[in-house]
Design a protein around this ligand. Structure first.
Ligand SMILES: [Zn+2]
Ligand SMILES: [Zn+2]
Length: 278
């Protein structure tokens, strides 16, 4: 199954060198987490053991798929490595190795999601900022996504074109919501310089999880218009307030997702919010 190569093997050192900074970051993340959970004594051994197991998984991935591992911090990379769990013989092999491979994957997932959670919020903030410039206009209905768009195609768009499309989708999402908070139409904010009530857009399926879907999730029906307070709540609130918000917004657009080729149950969505530091 997974080759138990030594840590001074040149192939091992190559991966370690390729992702030097990210790996150091992963180790200090793992240290910190052990400290927080009170395992100070074992934290340093554990973190470096996770690292070694991850490097072996990356080597294994590159060998069997003949696909170079480009990035250490994308969610897609986690999905790639995590797939190895479904391979024949992994379970037994993992058990023989005291389940350290699955533990390393779990730690890697937490690390990536914490990292990507910050990226997600920043990306949304940028979109919410940029869209302000377009709010006197109406969305261009001809440019809206109306059917499944293979996500690989998205890379064919140049960035500018892709950005323009995202803004158009966001603009349409706000129009559909009549520039009101979808959690409660009575939530009043303020009128912005373009004469609209200020609301923000939130990606119901966070964009970071794009790797779990074959088709693009960057369309208006995956966007929820929210007042700034509700928007922060959805990101940072306790499950008692987040769950009803997800219920309301999910079941209002449940039948829309198949139009875009997206299969999503409510439990699946809930898992994105509750099990993860999003
Ligand atoms: Zn959001
Ligand atoms: Zn609100």
């Amino acid at each position: 199954m997974i080759e138990q190569i030594k840590t001074n093997d040149s192939r091992f050192l190559e991966i370690e060198g390729r992702f030097k900074q990210e790996i150091n970051d992963f180790i200090s993340y793992s240290h910190k987490r052990s400290e927080l959970t009170g395992n100070v004594n074992v934290s340093s051994n554990k973190a470096s053991s996770y690292k070694n197991h991850l490097i072996r998984l990356i080597l294994h991935y590159e060998r069997i798929y003949d696909d170079p591992f480009h990035s250490f911090t994308s969610y897609e990379s986690f999905v790639k490595l995590n797939n190895i769990k479904n391979h024949k013989g992994f379970k037994e092999f993992n058990r023989k190795k005291s389940n350290f491979y699955s533990a390393a994957l779990g730690e890697y997932e937490r690390y990536i999601l914490e990292f990507q959670g910050a990226v997600e919020i920043e990306r949304e903030q940028n979109l919410n900022q940029e869209i302000q410039n377009y709010e006197t206009q109406e969305s261009n209905k001809d440019l809206l996504i109306k059917n499944p768009v293979i996500k690989e195609d998205m890379t064919l768009y140049n960035l500018k074109k892709r950005r323009k499309r995202s803004i158009n989708e966001a603009l349409y999402a706000k129009e559909k919501a009549s520039w009101e908070c979808e959690l409660n139409r009575n939530h009043r904010t303020f009128i912005n310089r373009k004469g609209r009530q200020f609301v923000e857009v939130h990606h119901l399926i966070p964009l970071v999880f794009q790797a779990d879907f074959n088709y693009s999730i960057d369309f208006a029906d995956n966007l929820v218009a929210l007042c700034p307070n509700c928007h922060r709540m959805v990101h940072y609130g306790q499950s008692e307030s987040v769950i009803p918000a997800l219920e309301k917004t999910y079941f209002e657009r449940e039948e829309k997702y198949p139009i875009y080729g997206i299969k999503l149950t409510f439990d699946h969505l809930l898992n994105y919010y509750l099990e993860r530091p999003m």
